[in-house]
Design a binder for this molecule. Structure first.
Ligand SMILES: O=C(O)CCC(=O)C(=O)O
Length: 278
């Protein structure tokens, strides 16, 4: 019932896309009204897209490094965890080009994450999701359960506690693997598995853009009808008290890299457990 109310109230009225001005991009800071709009749209829809947040050149380096680490056979990705037909989650260690504040501490992204998750947020995971050519639509899911399973209304009424940020590593369009997402589903947890009460959208964009969703928002990776692998980098930001027991441990930082994290960003990794590498 609640879901229907949200569809009627918010439906397509509010855009979930933010386009930054030249000035915002060059100063690395959103104007307060852009920030307010972005926060509001995220809270209403449960997701948001930001156009051209990252430098394309930087992402090309990241995409090349990721392609190099992939061991891909016709039928599978050897390092990944299969999440659905021909779709894999691949862990990425925070090292090499991935260990770059341009990525995990993009100032505009952090400004928004602070507005949504509070001052004491953590950078909690890094990896990629690769959809192989021919990969089919994924099952519908949210990234976490209701915080209080027996109290759905309360679980949905809280501000976000964790957010997934997806960064396309190539230009993504409706054919090569958009992410299907249901607006407002984080506000109710689906009461109707056919999702008819919620407006469905497709998230995709060119390299440089990124999209993000609340851990409670229902979504599903779309099929890849192209002949190329579709890879999305993902990063998650969480409140400090949140522990993700539903997903595998997804932040690997070699000890040496950990020591090199700039002082101003150390707090983002306050709960990380660096790994000793030989
Ligand atoms: O591939 C995508 O677009 C999203 C995949 C996803 O949400 C997952 O594998 O959990």
């Amino acid at each position: 019932m609640l879901g229907r109310t949200y569809k009627v109230s918010y439906g397509c009225l509010m855009s979930y896309t933010v386009a930054l001005t030249e000035e915002e991009l060059s100063t690395g800071m959103m104007h307060s009204h852009t920030l307010q709009k972005a926060k509001h749209a995220f809270c209403v829809h449960g997701f948001l897209k930001i156009e051209m947040l990252f430098s394309k050149t930087f992402l090309a380096t990241i995409a090349a490094a990721y392609a190099k680490q992939l061991t891909y056979r016709e039928e599978e990705l050897e390092q990944g965890t299969k999440t659905s037909h021909r779709r894999y989650i691949v862990p990425i260690a925070l090292q090499g080009p991935f260990h770059d504040p341009q990525l995990y501490a993009n100032p505009i992204l952090l400004q928004l994450m602070h507005a949504l998750l509070g001052k004491h947020l953590l950078f909690s995971s890094l990896g990629a999701i690769s959809a192989l050519p021919g990969c089919m639509d994924q099952h519908l899911h949210a990234d976490f359960y209701a915080l209080f399973e027996e109290e759905l209304a309360i679980s949905c009424a809280t501000p976000p506690f964790a957010i997934t940020v997806a960064v396309p590593l190539l230009d993504i369009d409706p054919l090569n693997g958009p992410t299907h997402i249901w607006s407002g589903s984080h506000l109710t947890y689906p009461i109707d598995q056919r999702m008819e009460s919620y407006e469905k959208h497709l998230l995709y964009g060119s390299m440089g853009s990124c999209y993000m969703w609340d851990y409670r928002t229902f979504h599903a990776g779309g099929s890849n009808h192209s002949s190329e692998i579709r890879s999305l980098l993902y990063m998650s930001y969480t409140r400090r008290w949140f522990q993700d027991l539903a997903n595998p441990d997804r932040l690997s930082i070699p000890q040496k890299e950990f020591e090199e994290i700039p002082e101003e960003y150390k707090a983002l990794f306050a709960k990380a457990k660096p790994v000793l590498c030989r």
